[in-house]
Ligand binder design. Structure first.
Ligand SMILES: [Zn+2]
Length: 161
């Protein structure tokens, strides 16, 4: 597969976030591509249905990826996600050794959406800050303001705050 524009993969993540919500979870979606842009794995949030507190889409995806692929391989992969990864997910991406992250919506924007909702008391900590304190040069691309609205749309009416 030829590498598609980032927007192509982010739109698919938004679709995955829609599916996660429809399936009873919080509206987050992520996917992993190889260096040629082929989609290897897709993952929605599984926190609620699996009753797993670490079931954020990106952390679940990083865990699955590490079962299947080597760290060397994952370093050349990209994780796409609807919202900027939280501190936990940034950690999971770091430990999985995924070399690049692309997100649509900033965590700050997400925080505005979720507020202090008990299900998602969002951090106010950019993933670039988390990665900057590590020992790997993980590249981060985002936000994509043109897609932020579409990503936020899936959250409409979900959070109580
Ligand atoms: Zn997270």
């Amino acid at each position: 597969m030829r590498y598609q524009p980032h927007e192509f993969y982010l739109k698919r993540c938004i679709e995955l976030s829609r599916m996660a919500r429809a399936g009873g979870n919080t509206p987050f979606g992520a996917l992993l591509t190889d260096e040629d842009g082929s989609i290897l794995l897709e993952q929605g949030n599984i926190e609620i249905t699996e009753n797993i507190c670490t079931g954020h889409a990106e952390t679940a995806l990083a865990a699955r990826a590490s079962h299947i692929y080597s760290k060397e391989f994952l370093w050349k992969c990209t994780l796409y996600t609807t919202a900027e990864p939280c501190a936990m997910c940034s950690g999971a991406i770091y430990w999985a050794n995924i070399g690049r992250v692309v997100y649509a919506m900033t965590e700050k924007r997400l925080l505005e959406l979720t507020g202090s909702d008990e299900q998602n008391p969002t951090f106010d900590l950019p993933c670039r800050d988390v990665f900057a304190r590590g020992q790997k040069d993980i590249r981060v691309i985002g936000p994509f303001p043109a897609l932020e609205q579409e990503a936020a749309e899936v959250h409409k009416g979900f959070w109580n705050h």
